[in-house]
Design a protein around this ligand. Structure first.
Ligand SMILES: *[C@@H]1O[C@H](CO)[C@@H](O)[C@H](O)[C@H]1NC(C)=O
Ligand SMILES: *[C@@H]1O[C@H](CO)[C@@H](O)[C@H](O)[C@H]1NC(C)=O
Length: 251
């Protein structure tokens, strides 16, 4: 809406018809719900997370229970469309989660190596990672002309706390967080490589455990994939679902 107004004003004033660029990165808002703003904090990084959401099943008629996530984080901060830099427009930027989900190999160490390839739509039990050694070596992601610098890793720690270790940042930013809010995904959200749906958008706050460094609030937005199928489909005690999401870090 803001973008259209800006473009209309520009067109009225001059013949300028370039793509619309805001002055500062603005957290996307789901048309289906609002996440509280990170008042008093500044944006530190925008990352693209690519990995799996994991789930457990008590039996084939029980609901699937979220049991963590594993993802590699890439730095997309400089791809945000701003005057003089970044991608042409917000739509191109937001499309990165779908693009990466469907075009890039999942950067995890799967027990079944075929699970890394997004063209293989495998049973969720095939996306289980090698216990104790779930990550592949740190590497940037290259897709065509675009390079996505490795930024860090997302995992749940031994106490089950969602953790974002932005190890490549100068000040070694680290978020240890708890869920504070959620928003339904837009109807147009990418349902993922297994077609199960996109995980909710979230606001995650520092959990006050004294673990975090330089990050107070994390948002998960423009999600693609990651929703569990039913336990009858998972058909095992554990199943994982590929996903991508943007993570916005404030501190
Ligand atoms: C399946 O698991 C659920 C959740 O633990 C439990 O309530 C239910 O009784 C179980 N059903 C069967 C058939 O074991
Ligand atoms: C599920 O997620 C946790 C936390 O990130 C991870 O340690 C674990 O290896 C995952 N489990 C499976 C079976 O993929």
């Amino acid at each position: 809406m803001f973008c259209k107004a800006l473009l209309a004003a520009a067109l009225a004033a001059t013949a300028l018809a370039g793509p619309c660029k805001p002055k500062t990165p603005t957290l996307p808002i789901s048309p289906e719900g609002t996440l509280a703003p990170a008042t008093g904090f500044v944006l530190k990084k925008i990352a693209m997370g690519h990995g799996i959401q994991n789930y457990t099943c008590a039996n084939t008629s029980a609901p699937a229970v979220a049991a963590g996530a594993l993802a590699v984080l890439y730095d997309v901060t400089d791809m945000y469309p701003l005057p003089g830099k970044g991608l042409p427009d917000i739509a191109a930027f937001n499309a990165l989660s779908s693009t990466i989900l469907h075009a890039a190999n999942i950067p995890l160490n799967f027990a079944n190596a075929a699970a890394a390839d997004p063209n293989n739509q495998l049973p969720t039990t095939d996306y289980l990672v090698a216990e104790g050694d779930p990550f592949v070596p740190e590497a940037d992601l290259t897709l065509g002309e675009q390079n996505f610098p490795f930024l860090g890793r997302h995992y749940f720690d031994v106490a089950g706390r969602p953790t974002f270790d932005l190890s490549r940042t100068e000040d070694k930013l680290l978020a240890s967080v708890a869920k504070k809010g959620e928003a339904k995904v837009p109807a147009t959200a990418d349902k993922g490589v297994l077609g199960t749906g996109a995980v909710l958008w979230l606001k995650l706050d520092d959990n006050a455990a004294g673990i975090g460094r330089g990050v107070q609030v994390v948002y998960r937005v423009i999600t693609a994939g990651g929703v569990a199928p039913s336990c009858s489909v998972i058909n095992g005690p554990k199943g994982n679902v590929p996903y991508t999401a943007f993570y916005w870090f404030y501190g």
